[in-house]
Design a binder for this molecule. Structure first.
Ligand code: GAR
Length: 194
C-alpha cells in the first residue's frame, strides 16, 4: 500500500498468567491493516498458562520465568524485552506484582487491564465483591501501571450492568467481552500520543 512502506510498528510485549483471551484479542487487532503495533513477545510466570498456546500458534517469541526469585526473574524479563526491542508492555491477566525498580525502568510504558471500575475493587475477586456490595455496575479499566497496585492513571473504562441473576462467573464473562473491546481502544489511544 502506498504510504505504508517503512512505517515502523510499535513493539508490544504481553504479560499473562492464564487463559490469554486478552492476549489472543490483542494479536487479532495487531493483524489489522491499519494497526500501529505488533506483538513481538509473550511473558508468563506459568509455563502451563493456556494463553501461551497463542504464542506458538502465531509464532510470537515467548519466555517463561519461574518467579522463585523476583530479582532474577525481572532481570531475565528485562533482557528479553531488550532483545525484542519492546516499546510498550501490556499486562493481560498477569498475576504477579512488578517491583518498583522494574516499573521505573519502563516508566510510563506499562499498561494493565483490571476487571473493575477502578478505583473501586483493586486486587482479586472483583466481581464477587461488587455483587456482595449490591453495586449497580461492574466493569473494566485500562490504566497505566505505577508503584501502587491497580492505582495508576486511568486510560479508559467501561461499565457493565450487574443483573439480579448474576453470579461472579456470569458477570465475569460479560465483563471479559467488554475487556476485548476496551483494551485495543486504550492501546490505540496510548499509541496516538507517542
Ligand atoms: C481478565 O479478566 C483481566 O482483567 C484479569 O484477569 C483476566 C485474564 O483473562 N486481570 C486481573 O485480574 C489483574 N489484576 P485472560 O487471560 O482471558 O485475558
Amino acid at each position: 500500500m502506498p504510504g505504508s512502506i517503512g512505517v515502523k510498528k510499535i513493539n508490544i510485549a504481553v504479560f499473562l498468567s492464564g487463559t490469554g483471551s486478552n492476549f489472543k484479542n490483542l494479536i487479532k487487532h495487531s493483524k489489522k491493516k491499519k494497526s500501529k503495533f505488533k506483538i513481538s513477545l509473550a511473558i508468563s510466570d506459568k509455563s502451563k498458562a493456556r494463553g501461551l498456546h497463542y504464542a506458538y500458534k502465531y509464532k510470537i517469541n515467548k519466555k517463561t520465568v519461574n518467579y522463585l526469585n523476583i530479582k532474577n526473574s525481572e532481570k531475565n524479563i528485562l533482557t528479553e524485552l531488550k532483545k525484542n526491542k519492546i516499546d510498550i508492555i501490556c499486562l493481560a491477566g498477569f498475576m504477579k506484582i512488578l517491583s518498583n525498580n522494574f516499573i521505573k525502568k519502563f516508566k510510563g510504558k506499562i499498561i494493565n487491564i483490571h476487571p473493575s471500575l477502578l478505583p473501586k475493587y483493586k486486587g482479586l475477586n472483583t466481581h464477587q465483591r461488587a455483587i456482595n456490595n449490591n453495586e449497580k455496575f461492574a466493569g473494566c479499566t485500562v490504566h497505566h501501571v505505577n508503584s501502587k497496585l491497580d492505582s495508576g492513571k486511568i486510560i479508559l473504562q467501561k461499565k457493565v450492568k450487574i443483573l439480579k441473576t448474576d453470579t461472579s462467573s456470569k458477570l465475569a464473562k460479560r465483563v471479559l467481552k467488554q475487556e476485548h473491546i476496551l483494551y485495543p481502544k486504550a492501546l490505540k489511544k496510548i499509541l496516538s500520543t507517542l
